[in-house]
Design a binder for this molecule. Structure first.
Ligand SMILES: [Cu+2]
Length: 217
């Protein structure tokens, strides 16, 4: 084979690979647009409210439902207990950052303890992050900030919530919220183990289990 033949074959093979990659990209975009997150549906129900209520059932609860549609139906029927609760509720801040003193791709603070019916304003300081439920107490409604600049979510169900940034979950971009108590500690421990099996960066492999152990007894 001459050099010229070799380079011709090389060029053709490269073109074919690029072509296949483009096709895969287009197909995955098409499939992604068909999947609807239940919180999107929930959000539309509350559009006139500034606050999108949370009751993350998360993946744990969704998995126990036969279909996403049924899970959404459960969410639609549910009313927040905060409407009938007296008291001053606080809104806390959680920032989504590319870089901070505690590392790359982080929520800050990554652990936060709040009272029942307090809210969290998720602020996307750096672009390209979201905050979405991984696991949460039974009866709560899943949330997803959908790459909005700011999203306020109210938490009306007590317990521990594990949430992640979807694009950076492999870099251990996740956080824990404790609403009043830690009644579902065992559930969250198991979910953190699952989450950490997918973390690809050895340095941050135990970031979230450390976070739990340092903050929740
Ligand atoms: Cu992120």
């Amino acid at each position: 084979m001459t050099d010229q033949q070799f380079f011709r074959i090389f060029a053709i093979v490269s073109l074919i690979i690029v072509f296949i990659a483009i096709i895969i990209g287009i197909l995955s975009n098409i499939f992604a647009s068909y999947s609807v997150h239940p919180s999107e549906n929930y959000k539309s129900l509350n559009q006139e409210n500034e606050i999108t209520r949370t009751a993350p059932s998360g993946r744990v609860n969704l998995a126990s439902n036969p279909s996403i549609e049924q899970a959404v139906a459960v969410v639609e029927e549910r009313e927040s207990i905060c409407d009938s609760m007296e008291g001053e509720f606080t809104t806390h801040e959680v920032k989504m950052l590319n870089e901070s003193s505690s590392g790359a791709m982080v929520f800050e603070p990554s652990f936060i303890k709040i009272n029942t019916c307090d809210s969290i304003n998720f602020e996307m300081v750096d672009a390209g992050h979201n905050a979405e439920t991984v696991a949460a107490p039974n009866g709560s409604v899943p949330f997803n900030t959908m790459y909005e600049k700011t999203t306020v979510i109210q938490f009306d169900t007590n317990g521990l919530y594990l949430y992640q940034c979807a694009p950076h979950a492999m870099m251990a971009m996740a956080g824990i919220i404790e609403v009043a108590d830690s009644n579902n500690l065992d559930q969250i421990k198991t979910e953190i183990e699952n989450f950490e099996t997918n973390v690809m960066i050895p340095e941050v492999k135990s970031r979230i289990s450390d976070l739990l152990n340092n903050n929740v007894n």
